[in-house]
Design a protein around this ligand. Structure first.
Ligand code: SF4
Length: 484
């Protein structure tokens, strides 16, 4: 099985990125560029669906955006001035072409395409009910539940049927949908997954991150607000708020790791937040050292913040190869063990004989941290003190993030001292949950009504885990997977 992150299985992975544009010439070419900027959010598959005023066109494929959407004939076939796209890792449902989004269905009202970032946490229960009422599912994706709920709703207008569907689902969703009547963008009432709105000339764009607006030369307008539903059509733009207001709880891990540092998430610069987390880490967990060294690339902004706060020089003690990754075939165990050196190599001329503060964004399984500490010691480092720019990751995410099962999370099994013994560092410390909230511009975490979803650190899940509580987490259809 080709993989895109042969040595990154020690990170939480964001599952999806969405992008849509209404009212632009060459809309699908712009979507392809936008998806390219969101590639870090999902690397297993990509898809685009367009509307040319008469017909819908769709192309979905396994693999990266480049390689699938860099061919003129494919973009030409995706005709029209309205288009949506999606990049994904597999989560709910097996990795198969039929699960690649945008999903599309012919409803009584016409075509309906949906691109979804998030996870419907009661999808299995709803799917069972829909199955009993006669719905026939084509994929194992939780997103298909939304299509069937829209299709079977008894409300008259498409908008009302869509709202009726969303009121039945629990979970995290940022959606961009394409219909013959217009493009619909919406965010769940807690705003767990991000979604932003931008403008390119007279066209409106919706995207998971602002970096996708930057890449296509669009202007950032604002975030789609939690619980907001926006329709763009020939009549212009209309905003609806169909849900009872609730205190938003956007995913705090977007700021720790998922989003690109050059993005603005819910009004905050991701780069600035990561630097402030590093500064909090330095204040909470000081250590004497010669250099602050990031695990590249994800640890770099926090390491800059740690260095600036502590006065210890920032140095690139680890150099990352940017040529490891795409469709790299996983080698066997013996060779795989060398993988960390293929991706990261110690800058031995710099670090030999030195005391290092090593900064990374998180520890998930701990296997990479163990190898990197050993690599630095082998290169002659005298001491390696590891500092982590997030609290210990003790719980799984059920809101469309690929988390190893809880038993494989190092922090779910060990306390910090035991984790330090496991990774064989001289010391190990994490930023506190309140330190993380301070870096987000909050005084502290409000224990009664937390300002963010932080469930992977605290276990405080803001949305009921209906399927997980029912013991149902995925389905398997009987047709063997299509692949491409
Ligand atoms: S559980 Fe963690 S990764 Fe998942 S949405 Fe909440 S904060 Fe984000």
């Amino acid at each position: 099985m080709p993989t895109t992150h042969p040595f990154d299985d020690d990170k939480l992975r964001e599952e999806c990125g969405v992008f849509g544009i209404w009212g632009a010439e060459s809309a699908s070419a712009i979507v392809a560029l936008g998806l390219h900027a969101l590639q870090h959010r999902g690397q297993e598959a990509a898809g685009i669906t367009s509307w040319d005023g008469r017909l819908f066109h769709s192309h979905r494929a396994m693999g990266h955006v480049a390689g699938n959407f860099d061919k003129d004939d494919i973009i030409r076939r995706l005709a029209g001035d309205a288009s949506i796209g999606h990049v994904r890792y597999s989560t709910t449902g097996e990795t198969a072409l039929r699960n690649v989004q945008p999903l599309f269905a012919e409803l009584a009202s016409g075509g309906f395409a949906v691109a979804h970032n998030g996870n419907i946490s009661n999808a299995m229960r709803l799917r069972g009910e829909l199955n009993r009422r006669g719905s026939i599912f084509q994929s194992t994706s939780d997103t298909e539940v939304i299509i069937h709920l829209v299709a079977t709703s008894t409300y008259r207008t498409l908008l009302d049927r869509f709202i009726d569907a969303l009121k039945q689902v629990e979970g995290a969703y940022s959606l961009v949908c394409l219909t013959s009547e217009g493009m619909i963008a919406c965010r769940d009432p807690l705003g767990i997954r991000p979604l932003v709105m931008g403008r390119l000339g007279d066209s409106y764009i919706f995207a998971s991150e602002t970096v996708a607006l930057d890449v296509v030369g669009a202007t950032y307008i604002r975030s789609v607000e939690p619980g907001e539903l926006i329709i763009v059509s020939a009549k212009g733009l209309r905003s609806h708020r169909p849900f009872a207001p609730r205190r938003p709880r956007p995913c705090i891990f977007e700021h720790v790791y998922f989003s690109r540092p050059d993005s603005i998430v819910d009004g905050s610069s991701v780069y600035s937040v990561r630097k402030r987390i590093g500064a909090e880490l330095a204040r909470e967990n000081p250590v004497e050292a010669d250099f602050v060294v990031p695990v590249p690339d994800s640890g770099v902004p926090a390491a800059i913040g740690y260095a600036q706060e502590s006065g210890i020089p920032f140095e690139l003690g680890i150099i990352r190869s940017h040529y490891v990754g795409r469709t790299f075939i996983q080698p066997g165990d013996a060779v795989r063990h060398l993988g960390v050196k293929l991706k990261h190599n110690a800058n031995s001329a710099l670090i030999a004989g030195k005391k290092l503060v090593l900064i990374d964004d998180s520890i998930v399984r701990g296997t990479t941290s163990l190898k990197i500490v050993q690599m630095l010691r082998d290169a002659g480092a005298r001491e390696v003190h590891m500092r982590i720019a997030s609290p210990p990751t003790r719980h799984s995410c059920f809101y469309r993030v690929d988390t190893p099962e809880r038993a494989k999370l190092l922090a779910a099994q060990m306390n910090v001292a035991e984790m330090n013994d496991y990774i064989k560092a001289d010391s190990l410390a994490f930023v506190s949950i309140d330190g993380l909230y301070r870096a987000m511009g909050q005084g502290r975490r409000d224990p009664v009504g937390p300002q963010f979803c932080d469930a992977c650190f605290t276990g405080d899940y803001p949305i009921p885990l209906v399927d997980a509580d029912d013991g149902k987490v995925s389905v398997q259809l009987s047709l063997l997977a299509e692949t491409a």
